[in-house]
Design a binder for this molecule. Structure first.
Ligand code: AMP
Length: 464
């Protein structure tokens, strides 16, 4: 593997990109390529396989999307014939949210070209996706399971794919996608370019790169397994029973700031968001038990600033592109240390500064030690000072919520959370979807306005 050290290009015009792409970039408001873009774009344009270490928030989507569009540009066609629009680039992502965001960005960058893109993911009606696929698309963004559904139903053909992107490859492995990936890769032409992006470089990731990439060039924009330099991290040592009071206190003190709160389980996410609502905070939860529609609505409300506190399980941690998110709070720290990096990577994006606070009780100290080992630094710790008044309110609402949960779930068996970081949909073994899938939300319904990009060095002042 060759390690490339290259100077960052001062502006997009020097990366060798075509005029329609430069026009879209400038309209988006980007002035300077981010380090990953400056490194990856010229290499990808040369047709090299890349293994890129870049966290979400570094501008990695444009780092692969722009060279893909550039390479496909000579093949762009205005013809309405589907045959003129075969799938030429395939982007695989671990989560639906990331898939949607990636495809939104591709659409933005491709808006002055005749190239078409589409996103397909599970949990929504497959028929709508099939109709869109039939019209032909050059760039397909997909989650692995739904892609295989389409393969099974013969609603797409991967025989002309020239470029494959594995986005957030580490998360794909964490989520058990290896068998799906192997099946998909076997369907692609052998002659193709592969671009792999991963926030962390474990041995498994290196093995994946060895198996699927041809003589890849390694590029890194930050130390592997490093946490974003511009995120200040802090730990509050607190008893488990006082966590909710402490969280309420912290959120009330940060009134006006948007905060993403992480929990380990779906049940805690739901319970906590209801408890926060009870103390008057505009909160909602997103996790795998919510329907795709509910998740998108909560996310949109958060992005629009209607919700100030979004409580999420790790499924929401990856890929979420929330403009200028100033703070992340780990209500429970993750047992997999890599998840900590992914979680705190939601703040401090595209050059902005962010704060990551973790509430750690005695039982979690062993996980904290593993996190510190992984990030090779000690996080500042402080014993929490939970105010009695907040504690009383939080305990009261906590008891009420527990009571309402008890009534609500009394006839239901307890939730089984095998691996809370994974969306349960992804946990299921691969099953082909049936044609008569009755889920009703279509992809068109989920099309949202692309979030306004946070410009490097040009961030709007916080709304606080
Ligand atoms: P990503 O890591 O691809 O999810 O991108 C993170 C954020 O950075 C997104 O909001 C992008 O719109 C934004 N972004 C990407 N490239 C640039 C750039 N060159 N200048 C400013 N913002 C960018």
């Amino acid at each position: 593997m060759t390690e490339i050290i290259q100077f960052d290009a001062p502006d997009f015009n020097e990366l060798g990109l075509a005029a329609p792409l430069l026009k879209a970039i400038s309209e988006t408001g980007y002035t300077t390529p981010t380090p990953i873009q400056a490194k990856a774009i010229p290499l990808a344009l040369q047709g090299l396989d890349l293994m890129a270490g870049a966290q979400t928030g570094t501008g990695k989507t444009a780092a692969f999307a722009l060279p893909i569009l550039q390479k496909l540009l000579p093949l762009a066609s205005t013809s309405t014939s589907p045959a003129k629009h075969p799938i030429r680039a395939l982007v695989l992502t671990p989560t639906r949210e990331l898939a949607i965001q990636v495809e939104e960005s591709i659409k933005v960058y491709a808006k002055h070209t005749a190239l078409r893109s589409l996103v397909v993911f599970g949990g929504v009606d497959i028929k709508t996706q099939t109709q869109h696929l039939k019209t032909g698309v050059e760039v397909l963004v997909a989650t692995p399971g739904r892609l295989l559904d389409h393969v099974e139903q013969k609603t797409l053909n991967l025989g002309q794919v020239q470029i494959l992107v594995l986005d957030e490859a580490d998360r794909m492995l964490d989520m058990g996608f290896m068998p799906d990936l192997k099946r998909i890769l076997a369907l692609l032409p052998k002659q193709r370019q592969n671009l792999m992006f991963s926030a962390t470089f474990s041995n498994e990731i290196k093995k994946l790169a060895d198996d699927f990439l041809t003589n890849p060039t390694l590029i890194e924009v930050a130390r592997s397994n490093a946490t974003a330099e511009n995120v200040s991290q802090k730990v509050y040592l607190v008893e488990q029973s006082s966590k909710q009071a402490l969280l309420t206190q912290l959120l009330q003190a940060e009134d006006g700031k948007q905060v993403l709160v992480f929990t380990k389980t779906k049940i805690t996410a739901s319970r906590l968001s209801r408890a926060l609502q009870k103390v008057g905070l505009a909160a909602d939860a997103i996790h795998g038990d919510k329907s795709q529609k509910e998740r998108m609505e909560a996310l949109d409300a958060f992005k629009a600033g209607e919700i100030m506190v979004l409580v999420a399980t790790d499924v929401a941690a990856r890929g979420l592109d929330i403009d200028q998110l100033p703070m992340v709070i780990n209500y429970e720290i993750p047992s997999a240390p890599e998840d900590y990096i992914h979680r705190i990577g939601r703040t401090g994006r595209a050059g902005a500064s962010g704060v990551a606070i973790s509430l750690v009780c005695e039982d979690e100290e062993k996980y904290l030690a593993e996190i510190e080992k992984l990030i090779k630094r000690t996080i500042g710790k402080e014993k929490a000072d939970v105010k009695a008044a907040t504690r009383r309110t939080a305990e009261k609402s906590h008891e009420e919520v527990i009571e309402s949960n008890r009534t609500k779930h009394s006839t239901k068996p307890r939730q089984h959370t095998r691996k809370p970081s994974a969306d349960p949909w992804f946990d299921k073994p691969y099953e082909p979807a049936t044609i008569n899938n009755s889920n009703v939300l279509n992809t068109a319904g989920s099309a949202r306005k692309a979030p306004v990009a946070a410009l490097l060095g040009g961030l709007r002042p916080s709304s606080k």
